[in-house]
Design a binder for this molecule. Structure first.
Ligand SMILES: C[S@@+](CC[C@H](N)C(=O)[O-])C[C@H]1O[C@@H](n2cnc3c(N)ncnc32)[C@H](O)[C@@H]1O
Length: 416
C-alpha cells in the first residue's frame, strides 16, 4: 500500500488531468487503487470549496498542481479522512516533492490557517461556490431556468455520490437468480424497474455475479428510459447516432431482433463498445454493428444503410445532468463551449432527420438539463421541420439524489 503522501500526489495529478484534459468527460485516468480514485473525486467535489478558501487565504492564485493538492487536503479535512495532523503532514510532504521548500511552506501555511480558524473554514463551506461546486455562470443558469426549488434538487444531486445502477439481462429466471446473488454482500438493493436495481455499496463491475456471462451491466435509470420507447419490430434498421460506448445500442438490441448501426466519431470509445458487445451479445435479440463515422460529414462507411426505420441521436452535450458522476464537468465547461455544443446538436438533428424513412421515429437525447440543449433546441428545430410530429416521451428528467441522472428526451415521427 503506498504511503498517504504518494496517494495525495497521484490524486492531485489526476485532478489536474481531469480538469485540464480536452478529452471527453467520460474518459478518466486510470487509478492505481480505489483509495486514490476516492481521494481524487472527493477533491473534485471540493474544487469550489478550494477556490473559495484560497481566495480568502492566499494572496494570489497558487500553481494549479498545488491547488489540486490543497483540494485533496481540504476534502480530507472536511470529512475527517485521517487525523488533521496526519493530513497536514502528508500534504506538506507531498508539496515538497512537487515544488520544493516554497511549495511545502505555502501548503503548510494554508492548512494551518484553515485549522486555526474553524469558524472561517465552516463559512467557506457555505459559500455558493462550495455549495454548488460549480462556477457562477453554471449556478445562475440552473437557478434562472429551473427556479429555486428544482435548482436545489439539482444542486443536492450533483454534490452526491452517483448511484450504482445496474441493468439485468437474460431470461426472467436468470434475472431472478442474479438478483438473488446480487443481494448477497449488499447492504441494500433498490428496484427502480423490473430490470433496474441500485446496489449499495458500489463495487467493481467485474466482481458482480453474472458479469462474465453478460447478465448484468451498469447503466443509470434515466439512460434506460430509451428501453421500450420505440416500437421496434424484428428486421428494423435502427441508427444509433453518437453511440459509443454503446449503452443505448444495447438497450435497442435487447428489445427486438433489429439491426442497430452504432455510429460514432471516436475510435477509442467504439473499441469499448466492441468489447462490451462481445460480453453481451448472447443476451441481445438484435445485432449491433459498430462503425466509425463523423456524423457532421456525409462520408459514411459504405456498408451502413442510407435510410433507417428508427433513429436515436444521443448527442454530444454539456453533461450538465451527470455531474454527480463527473464532478469536473462544470469546471471544464465554458459558456462559449456550450454555445458550440448547441450548434453541433442542431446540425446533427438537421442532417440525421434526412436519413429517417417516412413514417419512422426519431429520438433526441442529451444527458443535460440546460434548456438550450433540451426543449429550446427541439423547439427551434421543430420550427424548421413541417414533416415532424412530436410524440410522447420522458421529456426533461431532473437528477435526483442517489437515484438517477438528469436527461432530456424528445421523440418525433416523420410524415409518410
Ligand atoms: C453522450 S455520448 C454517447 C453515449 C452513448 N450513446 C451511450 O449511451 O453509451 C456522445 C457521443 O458523441 C460522439 N460524437 C461527438 N461528435 C460526433 C460526431 N461529429 N460524429 C459522430 N459522433 C460524435 C462522441 O464520441 C460520444 O461518444
Amino acid at each position: 500500500m503506498p504511503e498517504l503522501h504518494q496517494q495525495f500526489r497521484e490524486a492531485a495529478l489526476a485532478v489536474r488531468a481531469l480538469l485540464d484534459s480536452d478529452s471527453s468527460p467520460q474518459t478518466h485516468p486510470g487509478f492505481s487503487d480505489a483509495a486514490v480514485q476516492d481521494l481524487a473525486y472527493a477533491a473534485l467535489r471540493s474544487w469550489g470549496l478550494a477556490q473559495a478558501r484560497l481566495a480568502r487565504l492566499a494572496p494570489k492564485a497558487p500553481d494549479p498542481l498545488l491547488m489540486s493538492l490543497l483540494s485533496v487536503a481540504f476534502s480530507c479535512l472536511s470529512r475527517a479522512y485521517r487525523a488533521d495532523a496526519v493530513v497536514v503532514d502528508q500534504a506538506v510532504h507531498c508539496a515538497r516533492g512537487l515544488g520544493g521548500e516554497p511549495a511545502a511552506r505555502f501548503v503548510n501555511a494554508v492548512l494551518r490557517k484553515t485549522l486555526l480558524h474553524p469558524t472561517d473554514a465552516q463559512a467557506d463551506e457555505q459559500t455558493p461556490l462550495a455549495l454548488w461546486n460549480a462556477p457562477r455562470w453554471w449556478q445562475e443558469k440552473i437557478l434562472s431556468q429551473l427556479g429555486h426549488d428544482r435548482a436545489e434538487q439539482v444542486r443536492k444531486a450533483q454534490r452526491a455520490h452517483p448511484p450504482f445502477t445496474l441493468r439485468l439481462l437474460g431470461t426472467e429466471l436468470e434475472q431472478r437468480e442474479i438478483a438473488h446473488r446480487l443481494g448477497k454482500g449488499a447492504q441494500d438493493l433498490r428496484w427502480l424497474g423490473p430490470q433496474t436495481v441500485i446496489r449499495e455499496p458500489a463495487c467493481d463491475m467485474a466482481e458482480l455475479p453474472g458479469f462474465p456471462e453478460g447478465l448484468v451491466r451498469a447503466q443509470d435509470d434515466s439512460a434506460q428510459r430509451l428501453f421500450g420507447l420505440l416500437g421496434l419490430k424484428a428486421g428494423d434498421q435502427v441508427l444509433d447516432a453518437c453511440a459509443a460506448p454503446g449503452g443505448k445500442s444495447f438497450l435497442l438490441a435487447e428489445q427486438a431482433a433489429v439491426d442497430v448501426w452504432a455510429l460514432d466519431a471516436s475510435k477509442t470509445r467504439l473499441a469499448r463498445l466492441s468489447r462490451e458487445m462481445q460480453r453481451l451479445s448472447a443476451r441481445l435479440a438484435g445485432e449491433v454493428h459498430p462503425a466509425q463515422a463523423d456524423l457532421l460529414l456525409d462520408d459514411w462507411p459504405d456498408l451502413v444503410p442510407k435510410e433507417f426505420d428508427h433513429i436515436v441521436l444521443d448527442a454530444p452535450c454539456s453533461g450538465s445532468g451527470v455531474v454527480c458522476r463527473h464532478p469536473e464537468i462544470p469546471w471544464r465547461r465554458s459558456e462559449a463551449q456550450l454555445a458550440g455544443l448547441v450548434r453541433v446538436q442542431a446540425e446533427l438533428l438537421q442532417r440525421l432527420w434526412k436519413r429517417l424513412k417516412p413514417g419512422g421515429e426519431f429520438v433526441y437525447i442529451v444527458c443535460s438539463i440546460f434548456e438550450e440543449e433540451a426543449q429550446a433546441q427541439v423547439n427551434h428545430w421543430m420550427d424548421q421541420q413541417p414533416d415532424a410530429t412530436p410524440l410522447s416521451s420522458p421529456g426533461l428528467i431532473l437528477p435526483a439524489l442517489g437515484e438517477r441522472d438528469g436527461f432530456f428526451y424528445a421523440r418525433f415521427q416523420k410524415a409518410r
